[in-house]
Design a binder for this molecule. Structure first.
Ligand SMILES: Cc1cc2nc3c(=O)[nH]c(=O)nc-3n(C[C@H](O)[C@H](O)[C@H](O)COP(=O)(O)O)c2cc1C
Length: 205
């Protein structure tokens, strides 16, 4: 009986350690930040990203702060091969080549005239719709870090044809189209691009 129980526990332990989703586990926040990289080489054999996965990622993006909680960010997700291919046609040759094995593409936009604007529709200060772009960047930062925490990889792409994306996803004119974000699994580990020394970017008073 005891021998039987030991075998049972050992089997349960092995099963609980198996990663059925092909994802490498990222544990702490620091691990997530350190292991996130802009990935330009995707493993085309790993394509299991579900709508539920994307919803979890977008839920994290929605937790980002925004001007007066105006939540101006919008997301358009190409989950099907057909839509993903259509997106890859309008992100330039360099980005197209680098995202070949990525199964999912997310287009991030923000509604103009909300974040940074008063009820009267007037800009609250000189930044204007820059605050919408700010909020969109914040939610995209949540998005890419959550994706990494779930074991996925991303590439934010500002090189894209906004008019073409507008027609592919029928994006209303009131939304400014910002980045395309590829979502997939890295095939190799890129080097960490160097960061500026803090002396160059930071001042204490
Ligand atoms: C707004 C924005 C636009 C970007 N556009 C592109 C792009 O079109 N193509 C690309 O390969 N990388 C793009 N990147 C990725 C940057 O090159 C990358 O974040 C930077 O080199 C630092 O590398 P890391 O993300 O691995 O830390 C973009 C990043 C941001 C935030």
């Amino acid at each position: 009986m005891r021998k039987y129980l030991i075998i049972l526990f050992a089997a349960a332990a092995v099963l609980s350690c198996q990663d059925t989703t092909q994802r490498p586990a990222a544990v702490s926040f620091d691990d997530v930040v350190a292991s996130r990289r802009s990935i330009r080489d995707y493993d085309a054999s790993k394509t299991t990203i579900s709508e539920a996965d994307v919803r979890a990622i977008i839920a994290a993006a929605q937790e980002a702060p925004s001007w007066a909680n105006s939540q101006p960010s919008r997301y358009y997700v190409a989950l099907s091969r057909e839509k993903a291919d259509a997106v890859r046609e309008v992100i330039g040759e360099w980005n197209k080549k680098n995202t070949e094995g990525a199964p999912v593409f997310i287009v991030s936009t923000f509604v103009r005239g909300k974040s940074g604007f008063g009820r009267d529709g007037e800009p609250a200060n000189e930044v204007g719709d820059g605050w919408g772009a700010y909020d969109n960047g914040l939610s995209d930062a949540h998005l890419i870090l959550k994706a990494r925490a779930m074991g996925f990889d991303t590439l934010i792409m500002g090189g894209r044809d906004a008019d073409a994306l507008r027609s592919i996803f029928d994006i209303p004119e009131e939304e400014a189209i910002m980045a395309v974000i590829s979502l997939g699994y890295r095939a190799s580990n890129p080097q960490r691009p160097a960061r500026k020394p803090q002396e160059e970017i930071l001042k204490f008073f």
